[in-house]
Design a protein. Structure first.
Length: 208
């Protein structure tokens, strides 16, 4: 399985441990890849997961290498989704599964910063309809799709509540990655989902 834009590797370790599959993660950030490797080693998953530095637009793998791929909270940072989906299709075997979980919707009216971007110039949110079109062009069939807006609102409201609690923030959490603007990013995310501008959306696709 391939984890595209793996970040610190949490999803890939989850897939390896719960599904019993071997997972390769790839991310643009060398620092994230380094931390992902360290965490996998600490958890005894060094033989089940591996990580490489690279781009979703030029995956360093041969055609039809993987039986499945996932892209979780990545597409909002990719302007050329057509190329990204074409690359995912290239490295997947026919019939392979491509799972996507991205924030989708309309960028107009969205307040910044948000968890994935400090400003509109670095945000590339697209509608679910655009995803479906580009995925079809790349050689995928979207078999399942559902909005996860309510799940996201519950998650971010709980985080926001903890952030507003008196005292020091917890030693681990999204605030480590999102920095000092974490409360504003979370508030803008909640606002965008509440107003129906955006919603985390899940798509399960099949490679033709």
């Amino acid at each position: 399985m391939l984890d595209i834009g793996c970040g610190l590797g949490g999803a890939s370790r989850f897939f390896a441990r719960t599904l019993g599959c071997r997972v390769t993660g790839i991310d643009l950030s060398e620092d994230y890849v380094h931390v992902a490797r360290e965490l996998a080693a600490r958890l005894g998953l060094g033989n089940e997961v591996s990580y490489e530095t690279g781009s979703a637009l030029a995956l360093p793998f041969a055609p039809e290498t993987f039986a499945a791929a996932a892209m979780l909270h990545v597409g909002m940072n990719i302007a050329d989704k057509r190329k990204a989906f074409a690359e995912a299709r290239r490295v997947l075997k026919p019939g392979g599964t491509f799972a996507i979980y991205d924030v989708m919707g309309e960028a107009e009216g969205l307040a910044f910063p948000v968890p994935w971007a400090a400003s509109a110039e670095s945000s590339f949110v697209a509608s679910a309809a655009t995803y479906r079109l580009l995925l079809s062009e790349a050689g995928f069939v979207v078999e399942k799709e559902r909005s996860r807006a309510e799940v996201a609102l519950d998650f971010f409201r709980r985080i926001s509540g903890r952030a507003a609690s008196p005292g020091k923030p917890p030693p681990l959490g999204l605030h480590i990655l999102m920095g000092a603007t974490t409360p504003q990013k979370i508030a803008n995310m909640i606002d965008g989902v509440t107003r129906g501008l955006i919603a985390p959306t899940e798509m399960i696709c099949r490679a033709r």
